[in-house]
Every structure is written in structure tokens, then in C-alpha cells.
Design a protein around this ligand. Structure first.
Ligand SMILES: *Cc1c(COP(=O)(O)O)cnc(C)c1O
Length: 418
């Protein structure tokens, strides 16, 4: 991958026509080391958040060599890029072929399940293997999560004890519990609460867990979503673990996706047309901005302009709210925002959309001929950081001031977004 010092340098040298994803391997390395140093157990990276080779390789080089995978292609990708990696197949519903190939061809021994049927399927597809680590996914309340993952997976409290017992009897190796408190969990105590629920199920089943997997859900920073410090999450997990009925050798695992990678990437898009407060960009909901459409996720933005003489700069000044449209012909390809940018945005300007390392490029499709995104490495800091690389916040223009432009003019000073 080509390296540019900053996104401005890329725009100055190349005026790219297609969307460009910026990779900041240093941000992944820092987050990986933070989790290694602070989480008192094994850190499995949830590959779905961003399966880019540079991400997996940077994590592995910085000590994260365990991966939460959910499909055979993810198993194959990790096998290829990180030889010797430890993989946990944490999707509670898998095809027989995926289970067999993972077990026999790639050495995967850890499988999640949330039904008796899936347990039988795993045993069957591995030839009644006795060396499996079986992790029972529990349904837990998703308190405090910006994006709930409750509902689709997880055995409920009533049926959990019987399934835990069945899993315990099915293996001579590790039997564990897992859950997911929901993505971008804004409340650290959600982890401790979920561990209390897990503990109750284990006590009712009369079994000990060899693994307590607290899942993902660790947050990143977005406009209007400034989470507590990540240390508070670790403290909540430590308290939860100390209160659980476990034995001395019980392992603690986590599966962060978002928190490890969100800061590390942003996407550069081009303004193809402006219609009032609507900006038509060359990337959208079928590209890296799925979440901006489907969950109205707020992302921070910056405006970059290259003048005819080549002079390139970040444009600042009074901000106004915009909405975005993506490049496809689908009217669903719309991102309501509001995204706050200077008032004089014009065709040919570039909009850098920040904090897109998780669930950004990972969501790219080829619909309508778009989605061809190049990746380059940059050395500038992310727009915000929980790991000390940048401010721990993204100021949001106050919602009641629809007239931020007027206000800031009256005060005669410029407002900046970040
Ligand atoms: C998506 C997912 C994760 C990662 O979640 P984040 O909110 O990105 O940390 C972890 N575990 C499982 C089982 C998942 O499905």
C-alpha cells in the first residue's frame, strides 16, 4: 500500500476520483497493546468489524493472535494471514460443511452454540470429536448499547441450564459461556450485569465454566456518543468475574471488534453535486456508509479542498448541517446525518468521514458499479481517540442552534468541528 503523510498530501498529489480508505496501522497497534495490557485474559478480535489484511496483520504483530470468526471465508482468511492463529467459531448457527472444514482443515476447536440442535450438529460434523471447546451463547439484556444484538442469538435464562449441562457432558475440554451486551455499549456496568446473569445460569445448571467470554461491545467515539473511559469497562468485568462461581483455572476471554479498529480508518469521498443542503458523494450506503443509512450512525467529517492551482487545505469556518446521498440510483442510498460542514461546500470538494475503521469498508458492496475503494496508509491521527492519539471527544454543534452559522458570525469567530 502507498503511504502518504496525511490525507491532504494524497489530495494534493492525486486528486482521487474514487473513494479512498485511509489505513492507520499505528492506531490498531496502540489499541491492540492497550487490550493486551489491560484485559486480564485472552483478546479475540471479531474479524467481521474489519477483515482488511493490514488490520489482521497489524493485530497479530502487536500480540492479538486470537480471532473470533463467523464464517468459513473468515476462517480461511485468518489461516492464510496469521499462521498459527487461535480461532473461535463464535457464530451460533453454522453449516455442517463450515464446521467440518474449520475443524478438520483449519484446526478450529472452539465453537459457539445456543441450541441443542446446533450442539448435535457440531458433534456430528466433527465426527463426535471429544476435544472441542464448546461455548454456550447466552441471551442478555442489551442495556446501554447503541446497537442492540439481543433477539437474534442467545439461549434464554429458562433454557440455559439444560443446554449448559448438555455442553458440559459433550466435551472433555473446555465448556464456557459467552454473551454480547450489544455494540457500542455506553454503560460499563452492562458487562458486570451480564456476568451476574451468566453466573445464575451456571449455578442453576450446577456446572462450572472453564471459559467466561464477555464478547464485544466495547465502544469508540462518535459525535454525540462520548463513552466513559475503557478502564471503567475493564473494572466492571473484573468485578463481575470476581463475583462469578468459577474455578481457579477458568479463562476470561473478550471479543472486541469496534474498539480495536474504529479509530484506525477514515474514508475520503468526493462531492459530485450539491443541491442545497444535500451533498451527492461517490460513496454511500452500499459502500462504507451502511451504518450512516441504516442505523443513522453519526460520523465526524472534515472538508478538504484542492484549488485549481493545486493548493490544498482543510476548509474551516461556520458550520451548517448537511445530508448525504450515495452514488447508486437507489433512493435508500441516503444518509440523513446531520453532517456539519462549512457553508460553502461545492462540487469537487472532498469530505473525509472519520472513525470508520469498524463496520465501514467491511460493508462495501459492488451494487450499481460502485464500491471500488482503494486503501492507502496515512500517518495523521484519527479524528478522536480513546487511546490518547487525539482528543477524547468530538464537539457537536448544539442541536438547539439550527443557526450555528449566524451565531458564530455574530460572535465573529470561526467554529471548528473537531
Ligand atoms: C460482532 C460481534 C463482536 C464484536 O462486537 P463489537 O461491538 O464490534 O465489539 C463480538 N462477538 C460476536 C459474537 C459478534 O457477533
Amino acid at each position: 500500500m502507498h503511504t502518504y503523510h496525511t490525507p491532504l498530501d494524497l489530495v494534493r498529489e492525486r486528486s482521487p476520483e474514487r473513494p479512498v480508505a485511509f489505513a492507520r496501522p499505528g492506531a490498531v497497534a496502540l489499541a491492540a497493546r492497550w487490550f493486551q495490557e489491560n484485559f486480564k485474559g485472552d483478546v479475540f478480535y471479531a474479524v467481521k468489524a474489519n477483515p482488511s489484511p493490514w488490520v489482521l496483520e497489524t493485530l497479530a504483530a502487536n500480540g492479538v493472535r486470537s480471532f473470533d470468526v463467523a464464517s468459513l471465508p473468515e476462517v480461511e482468511l485468518v489461516s492464510q494471514l496469521v499462521p498459527g492463529a487461535r480461532m473461535a467459531f463464535m457464530h451460533p448457527v453454522k453449516s455442517r460443511r463450515a464446521i467440518s472444514a474449520a475443524y478438520f482443515d483449519h484446526g478450529v476447536r472452539t465453537f459457539a452454540l445456543d441450541t441443542h440442535e446446533e450442539l448435535a450438529k457440531i458433534l456430528d460434523a466433527t465426527g463426535q470429536a471429544t476435544d472441542l471447546n464448546l461455548i454456550v451463547r447466552l441471551g442478555v439484556a442489551a442495556e446501554g448499547a447503541a446497537y442492540s444484538l439481543a433477539g437474534k442469538f442467545g439461549v434464554d435464562a429458562f433454557e440455559a441450564p439444560e443446554l449448559l449441562l448438555a455442553a458440559r457432558r459433550a466435551t472433555n475440554e473446555l465448556m464456557g459461556v459467552s454473551f454480547h451486551v450489544g455494540s457500542q455499549c455506553m454503560r460499563p456496568t452492562a458487562f458486570q450485569a451480564a456476568m451476574t446473569q451468566a453466573s445464575r445460569a451456571l449455578v442453576r445448571a450446577g456446572v462450572f465454566a472453564d471459559v467466561v467470554d464477555v464478547g464485544g461491545g466495547f465502544p469508540s467515539i462518535y459525535p454525540g456518543m462520548i463513552p466513559p473511559s475503557l478502564s471503567d469497562y475493564i473494572a466492571s468485568i473484573d468485578r463481575g468475574f470476581s463475583e462469578m462461581m468459577v474455578h481457579e483455572t477458568t479463562e476470561l476471554w473478550c471479543e472486541p471488534g469496534r474498539a480495536l479498529v474504529a479509530e484506525s480508518s477514515s474514508v475520503l469521498t468526493t462531492v459530485e453535486l450539491r443541491k442545497g443542503d444535500a451533498l451527492y458523494l461517490n460513496d454511500g450506503s452500499y459502500g462504507s456508509l451502511f451504518d450512516a443509512t441504516h442505523t443513522k450512525w453519526p460520523f465526524p467529517v472534515k472538508l478538504i479542498r484542492r484549488e485549481a492551482d493545486g493548493a490544498t487545505r482543510e476548509v474551516e469556518g461556520p458550520l451548517k448541517p448537511y445530508r448525504f446521498y450515495g452514488p447508486t440510483c437507489d433512493s435508500l442510498d441516503h444518509m440523513p446525518g446531520p453532517f456539519w460542514l462549512p457553508e460553502d461546500v461545492r462540487e469537487g470538494d472532498y469530505v473525509e468521514i472519520g472513525m470508520l475503521g469498524a463496520y465501514g469498508v467491511a460493508m462495501n458492496t459492488r451494487f450499481n458499479g460502485f464500491g471500488d475503494t482503494e486503501t492507502v496508509v496515512v500517518n495523521d491521527p484519527p479524528m478522536a481517540s480513546l487511546f490518547g492519539l487525539a482528543p477524547r471527544s468530538i464537539p457537536l454543534p448544539r442541536p438547539e442552534s439550527q443557526n450555528v452559522v449566524k451565531l458564530s458570525r455574530a460572535r465573529g469567530k470561526k467554529r471548528r468541528r473537531r
